[in-house]
Design a protein around this ligand. Structure first.
Ligand SMILES: Cc1cc2nc3c(=O)[nH]c(=O)nc-3n(C[C@H](O)[C@H](O)[C@H](O)COP(=O)(O)O)c2cc1C
Length: 382
């Protein structure tokens, strides 16, 4: 295995895709303080192993939201994932189906719910950005349901597009606040990455297949303007209640960090929360999700599933998150670096590394099941 650590795929990914695309994938917001803090938080956690427990064959399987999975992690929703690497959605959905973990398709991903659900099967989750025109939201829910999707992830933590300064510095044409035309700089960056450019051309350019069917009835705006007009700041508690009433399956609210928000979400009837700072992409002062888990657990009780993301890049990080009280985790960039670096093999590679690392770490800790991780002695370096 040439890349036994997913973090090592960041550089090959950077080389294979244009700088403006890499900036979109990699950047946080502001000075990337939270993006870096997300990493530092995991690196500072120590776990004390226990020995003399014989041979350990760790069982990674778990149940969440009434579904059984072979591992306690899933792929986080990534908008424009097929701009990062054409076909990324199906590559990751197939890896998720093969290895028995969930893949979450973003509202603003490139491929459609219909296509991706075929690749991901029962392991496909759908992430909703609530739209200003509620008919679109409810039609997206209908489509997800028609495809057999059971779990909806409603994202709460994008009240407005964030500035993402690194994207601006890299000259990115996409993104709600960027310039929206293809500048000579973008054309040059694209020309310098012919492998990526050819695949993009074959795909017909960046796509938003979930949202495209609704554009025509909204004044023929360019697709990015249409999406910018429909998303951001549209979700409030009343709207969430309507979504809850319309969605018959399980529902996670993603991006919660505050205890009162968590408590209110439970009253609306969510089935779980994703505690997240959006990978440091929205507010460059947001706390780490694991710092908030105790306060949130205190208000929502022991039974509500708490999923954590932001900064997880290895099986060791997953184990740390679970030892700190998460029931499940999601991973965004690490999966995408793998796909950008390794193309169609990226999903399988990332899954294999994470599973192998988790089994290794659990053997080193002397823990055979995920429940056993709660007994581990945790502390922090420094
Ligand atoms: C390029 C990129 C695009 C993202 N798009 C979405 C999205 O469409 N919907 C959403 O809920 N979260 C989105 N997120 C946030 C991720 O779902 C997840 O919360 C975050 O990536 C976790 O941090 P990590 O990248 O350090 O694993 C995006 C993150 C990245 C890096």
């Amino acid at each position: 295995m040439k890349y036994p650590r997913l973090r090592d795929l960041e550089m090959p990914a950077r080389r294979r895709i244009p700088p403006f695309v890499f900036a979109y994938l990699d950047s946080g917001t502001g000075h990337d303080v939270v993006r870096q803090a997300n990493r530092d938080y995991y690196d500072a956690i120590t776990l004390t192993p226990r020995f003399l427990r014989g041979r350990i064959d760790a069982d990674l399987s778990t149940s969440i939201l009434g579904q059984r999975f072979e591992a306690p992690f899933g792929v986080a929703p990534i908008g424009l994932s097929s701009m990062i690497w054409p076909g990324a959605e199906k590559i990751l959905a197939s890896a998720a189906a093969n290895h028995g973990f969930p893949y979450t398709l973003s509202t603003v991903a490139g491929d459609s719910i219909e296509n991706v659900a075929k690749a991901g099967g029962a392991n496909t989750w759908f992430q909703l950005y609530a739209t200003k025109d509620r008919h679109i939201t409810f039609d997206l829910l209908r489509r997800a349901r028609d495809c057999g999707i059971e779990t909806l992830v409603v994202t709460a933590d994008v009240p407005a597009p964030s500035r993402r300064e690194r994207m601006r510095v890299a000259g990115a044409p996409l993104g709600s606040r960027g310039n929206s035309t293809f500048t000579p700089r973008v054309i040059w960056q694209t020309a310098m990455h012919p492998g990526w450019a050819m695949r993009m051309m074959a795909m017909g350019g960046p796509k938003f297949r979930n949202m495209e069917p609704y554009r025509e009835t909204h004044g023929h705006l360019p697709i990015t303007s249409f999406i910018g007009q429909q998303l951001n700041g549209t979700l409030d508690w009343d709207y969430l209640e309507d979504i809850r009433a319309a969605w018959p399956g399980k529902m996670l609210l993603k991006g919660v960090l505050d205890g009162q928000d968590a408590e209110r979400a439970v009253r609306v009837g969510v089935d779980g929360l994703v505690i997240s700072n959006h990978g440091g992409r929205q507010l460059d002062a947001a706390p780490h999700p694991l710092e908030r888990i105790g306060a949130i657990r205190a208000v929502v009780g022991r039974k509500l599933p708490l999923v954590v993301d932001s900064g997880i890049q290895s099986g060791l990080d997953i184990v740390k998150a679970l030892a700190c009280g998460a029931d499940f985790v999601m991973i965004g960039r690490a999966f995408m670096y793998a796909v950008a670096a390794l193309g169609k093999d990226g999903g399988e590679h990332a899954a294999a590394v994470l599973l192998e690392e988790m089994r290794d770490v659990m053997a080193q800790l002397g823990v055979e099941s995920l429940a056993g991780l709660r007994e581990i002695e945790i502390s922090r370096r420094g």
